[in-house]
Design a protein around this ligand. Structure first.
Ligand SMILES: Nc1ncnc2c1ncn2[C@@H]1O[C@H](COP(=O)(O)OP(=O)(O)OP(=O)(O)O)[C@@H](O)[C@H]1O
Ligand SMILES: Nc1nc2c(ncn2[C@H]2C[C@H](O)[C@@H](COP(=O)(O)OP(=O)(O)O)O2)c(=O)[nH]1
Ligand SMILES: [Mg+2]
Length: 189
């Protein structure tokens, strides 16, 4: 007698009070689990070589922290063409693909995994359009960049993409599950 659709649980009442109670309990558990899963959504953010060279790492991290997201993985790496070709596999046929790899491997990148409610979509909005000329002021690209080939930061563009990119850049053991003491003040669980 429970119909589940995402977190919307509809109870269809009938005459058996025991079953009614157990249904209510199950739907409550389902809602809690769904809320926790949403809160654990993760995305991959990378400060590209131009962002590192221009000492923008701190300001970029600060934007994600102050929005209320939780940092669960962080490293600085000199990325190889191998990992970058996989990361940008969908752009393989684009005319700028080789120059993109050259630019992305030209210096260190700071790669991060951020966690939180709706983090994939929210971070795309915080980052702004691919072409900084179209990115509004207030977004990272809109505030810190002028040209599409030097747009400072990467953000996963879907939950599926985020999962693949996180697996590509981080072994699971390097991602930390930790309790944020302010979590109850940033989402409703
Ligand atoms: N026309 C272009 N000229 C130069 N570089 C480009 C161009 N279009 C895209 N790029 C580079 O390729 C990257 C990947 O392009 P994509 O279409 O995935 O944009 P994005 O998703 O906004 O960026 P990213 O994947 O790095 O977050 C861009 O971030 C940018 O660095
Ligand atoms: N040089 C050059 N680079 C480009 C062009 N289009 C995209 N890129 C680069 C910048 C992007 O951040 C990166 C990845 O492209 P994307 O995944 O389509 O965009 P985005 O996810 O970074 O917003 O590739 C492009 O037209 N020319
Ligand atoms: Mg992209």
């Amino acid at each position: 007698c429970i119909k589940k659709q995402r977190c919307t649980c509809i109870l269809l009442f009938h005459n058996n009070p025991t079953c009614h109670l157990s249904c209510a309990f199950r739907s409550l558990v389902f809602c809690l689990v769904t809320a926790l899963q949403n809160a654990r959504e993760r995305t991959l953010i990378a400060v590209k070589p131009d962002g590192v060279q221009r000492r923008l790492v701190g300001q970029i991290i600060q934007r994600f922290e102050q929005r209320g997201f939780k940092l669960v993985g962080l490293k600085m790496v000199q990325a190889s063409h191998g990992i970058l070709s996989e990361h940008y596999g969908e752009l393989r046929t684009k005319p700028f693909f080789q120059s993109l790899l050259t630019y992305m491997s030209s210096g260190p990148v700071v790669v991060m995994v951020w966690e939180g409610h709706n983090v994939v979509q929210a971070s795309r909005k915080m980052v702004g359009q691919t072409n900084p000329a179209e990115a509004p002021a207030g977004t990272i690209r809109g505030d810190f960049s002028v040209h599409v080939s030097r747009n400072v930061v990467h953000a996963s563009d879907s939950q599926e993409g985020a999962q693949k990119e996180i697996q590509l850049w981080f072994p699971a053991k390097d991602l930390l599950d930790w309790d944020c003491c302010d979590q109850i003040y940033t989402i409703e669980v």
